[in-house]
Ligand binder design. Structure first.
Ligand code: PBG
Length: 323
């Protein structure tokens, strides 16, 4: 084998992320990387999607392509992946994580503290919405959809063009701010729009935010190949341990990426610490807790996530978040 093929979705963020991973693996392996575009709608049967289970509709089409051998690898945003790993597929690498924080992109350089009462903030994420309301009950959250460029285009005075038709709103932007993942903005070179990096004490990110997952067929992982050696080198221990803890928590809470739950694990010295927040969807209340472990292994990280989830459940997390 002298080449390998990585499947990617068509969005700017997906192709950028996939390109970065393809380049790194080509460099590490000496192989030539090909990328292939996988459409997320229309070209896959509902039968094969249903087999995969879970909710990750974006990941599902890529996974079908991987299972059918149309590509050797798939690159996912880890935060969009359901916690249930489909049979036959494995996460072969979690590359070094980039910025984990959420970022405020506001008009006129404003910060969260500076936004006047009644200001509008756009987000489609229950996790962001609940934490924003908890921090600033006087702001108005507006439910928005679309890709990163579209969302930025909603901010008043934004140079970014709203590219989804501008139906029923001012093409110049109609919101005072939006909140997006810093990682996505930075990968797209759009960090100039960020007016404030939100501290995780105010806004805990989604489990897995800022991390990528490189997935392959499990059977391929058993072979000793240049590609597998490159994948092992690309895998970052601190990232894998952190996201294992965060996703262990999410799985134990039986929640997905649409739940009002934030989690962030950090590895410092020989301690893995996990912070988590479970919110009432209306932001009226939150439960925020931290747990730590000195068992800094994959199993220890997963157990840390489960233990913190069980503590949160004992304290009423399911009722609070409507899980
Ligand atoms: N749900 C969409 C999504 N999936 C991954 C990212 C950004 C990159 C990342 O967090 O890894 C985004 C955009 C956003 O939330 O602003």
């Amino acid at each position: 084998m002298t080449t390998f093929t990585i499947g990617t979705r068509g969005s700017a963020l997906a192709t950028t992320q996939t390109g970065t991973v393809a380049d790194a693996l080509a460099e590490l392996s000496g192989l030539t990387a090909h990328t292939t575009l996988v459409k997320t709608e229309g070209d896959v049967t509902s039968g094969s999607l249903a087999q995969l289970g879970g909710t990750g509709v974006f990941a599902a089409a890529l996974r079908v392509a991987l299972m059918e051998g149309r590509c050797d690898l798939a690159v996912h945003s880890l935060k969009d992946l359901p916690t249930q790993q489909p049979a036959g597929l494995s996460i072969a690498a979690t590359p070094p994580r980039v910025d984990v924080r959420d970022a405020l992109c506001a008009r006129d350089g404003l910060t969260l503290e500076e936004l006047p009462a009644g200001s509008t903030i756009g987000t489609g994420s229950p996790r962001r919405s609940a934490q924003l309301k908890y921090a600033r009950p006087d702001l108005q959250i507006v439910d928005i959809r679309g890709n990163v460029g579209t969302r930025l285009g909603r901010v008043k005075g934004s140079p970014e063009q709203a590219d989804d038709g501008g139906v029923g709103r001012d093409a110049q932007g109609d919101l005072d701010a939006v909140v997006l993942a810093a990682a996505g903005l930075e990968r797209l070179g759009l960090q100039a729009h960020i007016t404030q990096y939100l501290d995780p004490t105010v806004m805990l990110p989604a489990p897995g935010q800022g991390s990528l997952a490189v997935e392959c067929r499990s059977e391929a992982l058993a072979e000793d190949t240049a590609l597998n050696r490159a994948l092992a080198e690309l895998d970052d221990d601190a990232t894998r341990l952190a996201v294992t803890a965060e996703r262990g928590l999410l799985a134990r809470l039986e929640a997905g990426c649409a739940a009002p739950i934030g989690a962030l694990a950090t590895l410092e010295a020989d301690v893995l610490a996990l912070d988590a927040v479970v919110c009432a969807p209306d932001g009226s209340d939150v439960i925020r807790r931290r747990a730590t472990t000195t068992e800094v292994t994959d199993a220890g990280a997963a157990a840390l996530g489960v233990a913190l989830a069980e503590q949160l459940l004992r304290e009423g997390a399911a009722e609070l978040a409507g899980l």
